[in-house]
Design a binder for this molecule. Sequence first.
Ligand SMILES: [Fe+2]
Length: 324
Amino acid sequence: MKAIPSYWIPHLEEKLQKINRIAAEGVTDSFIFISDIHSENNTLLSPALAQYIKEKTGIDRVIIGGDLINGNKEKEKALAAMNAILDELAPLRPYVVRGNHDQNTDWGPITPENFFYDTLYRERVLGIAANVCEPGKFYGYLDVPEAKLRYFFLDTGSCYSEAFGSMDGNYDWVGGRTAPYQEQLVYLKAKASELPSDWGIIAVQHILLGGGLVDKHQITNIITGCLLDQLDEIAADPNAPTVVAAFCGHNHLDRMIVSPAGYPVISLTCDGGGSSSWDWDHNNRTRTPGTTEEQAFDVVQIDRASRTIYMTRIGVGRDRKCRF
Ligand SMILES: [Fe+2]
């Protein structure tokens, strides 16, 4: 983990003041959310910044929204990059959801994902943190009983989506489009319905919002629609827990959309720079090394009493706030 350069300290102190002020007013639960690290394009100070915030605030949970690496046509190169970034993140004990780039694909043939599961995910990702994880699967959940919250960490189903791909081992890359697969929607519904109605659920998945114009299409398209439909169904059931929010990365933009069922769908821009930010994040193209604009991630604080989610930005971008 890198040392934090001195030019970060005033920025961190200002943000810590705000985070501590919100915490003092009373929050139910908090976490650090980092997404789209794309380690090949990243200054990689965020692990150290997150560790600093953990120590100063007591906020212990770190959630990674996917795309640790850029992806690579060659399996060994992809594995080396993935291992390197997981080593960097390991001290944070993060909860990780898989992004569409977290494999050896770069618009070419890919290795069957059970290779990635067996060599990497079982021990290195899923083994790190999620306290209840389905054996052999890329998804699981975490309960925070004191906050009456259940976090679902869901997969993009990137290699074998039921919408686009094959599930027989002859994986065809399908133009980069991914979808949550049916099996985990059944799991989400079952695991949500077993909770008392005074609990809340939070879903984290890599792809929930696209990169185009913000309109209704963005939350009903074929890629994300089935997962959001399932969350809508839970949200509409008076006996089911409250759907507090859904968090994602993928589009490399800061976005918030309210689903038809009333919960916010929140995307976080990329932590990485280079083409990750320049090609995608037209609001914050920088990530300039040597400045506090070299990284971008959020400290998320949830207050269930006022039904408010506070997102304090570390690095480039704005602080955000929304209701649920
Ligand atoms: Fe990404």
